[in-house]
Design a protein around this ligand. Structure first.
Ligand SMILES: *Cc1c(COP(=O)(O)O)cnc(C)c1O
Length: 435
């Protein structure tokens, strides 16, 4: 390979610095211009390869440009398949719905209807909230500390992060915030608190239309809800006439091994929101799954111009066909999830628990470095060494690994070696090791 001399940063990023709004965010952590991507790797314009443990924030569970999906898309485009279909009946949507029914819903005995909202996660959440309010005639929603549900106003009301909330510039109402599992330490069962508030007529908490919950809080810093806690919350919601909305936008589509993250807890949510990896190819697509009995929408009540992203339907169908007709992907996620877990625990255990601890579930795991500053230095060091990995959590203190589900064990180890080296070099020299 021809090694090029380092470009002048001012020239390298000139158009971005001049023309792109300050609102850009991820680009700031990884200051290079990317050109190509394949599998678990991103390639900068100068040819430098990076292992990608960010993967579009879990939008690319099958890796970059998975060949089976790419082939289906190329065929479809070459045949002049419809690109933009509003919500007209079309063959791409038909094939997706068939595959989704046969491969995902029917084997799990989930009797959902599928709503195609606008193509973002936030839009799916907006639709879910509206529908829950419409069905119940109630306006209050229960959401949890550190929850992330998107940044449009309705979804943002459910999002915990103060920085994102402040950007609304207006009151974000209609939501009661309650502590997520573990928020008050392991001695306090926060589901009992929820139960107490909802059964006490003087608690000051209005009867909720819905409880919206993530089984693992992705943006919130990899907080994992216990299975028993989830079941309890579901039962409390049901007892109180509130719908259970599981936001599976980041944690769904196999991130925790099963297709839906809530399968392990045996939940049957009234409404499920999906986006990110549902198209499988990084194309915009979102779904709201609605219990058939609860499909009270009137035609067009929640609409949007881009509800028919046919290219996304094509790749989503191909992904289900290729990866979900058998159990092998879920089984490999289980295996690699365990590998990731033991490796991250090993890394964390080199340090005092007040400095580092491993957390997460499935292939959505990371290390809480207890300091946003340290975590920031770690990801920037990792980037210099060829690994793209981001932070999450209230102080951006958790380094969050979201490798593609299809990653080989060699590449997984390689990425973790880089991460370990980065952590060692940032904190290793400055703290007492536990060993
Ligand atoms: C990313 C995300 C959203 C918002 O999705 P967008 O496509 O960014 O609007 C909502 N909920 C969860 C859990 C997410 O991770």
């Amino acid at each position: 390979m021809i090694v090029q001399s380092a470009p002048d940063p001012e020239e390298e990023f000139a158009i971005f610095n001049h023309l792109e709004s300050e609102v850009r965010s991820y680009a700031r952590s990884f200051p290079v211009v990317f050109a190509r991507a394949r599998g678990a790797q991103l390639f900068a314009r100068d040819g430098t390869a990076y292992l990608d443990f960010l993967m579009g924030c879990s939008s690319l569970n099958y890796g970059h440009n998975p060949p089976e999906l790419k082939a289906a898309l190329i065929d479809y485009i070459a045949g002049d398949g419809i690109t933009h279909g509003l919500d007209l009946y079309n063959e791409a949507k038909e094939s997706f719905l068939r595959e989704f029914h046969e491969t995902i819903l029917r084997p799990r005995q989930l009797d959902y209807v599928v709503q195609f909202p606008g193509p973002t996660g936030a839009n799916a959440v907006e639709a879910a909230l509206k529908l829950a309010r419409k069905i119940t005639g109630r306006s209050n929603i229960i959401a949890f500390t550190s929850g992330f549900h998107g940044v449009s106003l309705g979804a943002l009301s459910c999002t915990g992060n103060r920085y994102h909330r402040a950007a609304a510039g207006q009151l974000l109402g209609g939501v009661t915030r309650l502590p997520y599992d573990g928020y008050l330490g392991s001695a306090v069962d926060t589901a009992d608190y929820l139960d107490h508030l909802l059964s006490d007529p003087s608690s000051g908490v209005d009867a909720p239309a819905a409880v919206i919950v993530e089984t693992v809080q992705g943006e919130g810093g990899l907080n994992v809800a216990g299975m028993a806690w989830l079941r309890k919350v579901a039962a409390i919601a049901q007892r109180n006439g509130a719908l259970l909305i599981v936001d599976d936008i980041q944690v769904g589509v196999g991130r925790t091994d099963a297709f839906f993250s809530f399968e392990a807890a045996g939940l049957r949510p009234d409404i499920v929101t999906m986006a990110k990896s549902i198209s499988g190819y990084g194309l915009p697509m979102a779904l709201v799954l609605i219990d058939r009995q609860l499909d009270r929408w009137e035609p067009g009540e929640h609409n949007g111009t881009f509800r028919g992203n046919c290219h996304a339907f094509v790749t989503a169908r191909a992904a289900l066909e290729h990866f979900w007709r058998t159990d092998s992907l879920a089984a490999s996620v289980r295996e690699k999830g365990n590998l990731l877990k033991s490796r991250l625990e090993q890394i964390a255990q080199k340090y005092d628990p007040s400095r580092a601890s491993a957390k997460g579930r499935g292939m959505m795991r990371g290390i809480d470095l207890k300091s946003g500053e340290i975590a920031g230095q770690v990801i920037s060091t990792a980037f210099q060494r060829g690994l793209i990995v981001e932070t999450a959590g209230p102080y951006d203190e958790v380094v969050k690994c979201l490798p593609p589900l299809v990653i080989g064990e060699d590449q997984l180890s390689q990425g973790l070696d880089i991460l370990e080296g980065a952590i060692d070099s940032v904190i290793g020299s400055t703290v007492n090791t536990a060993a």
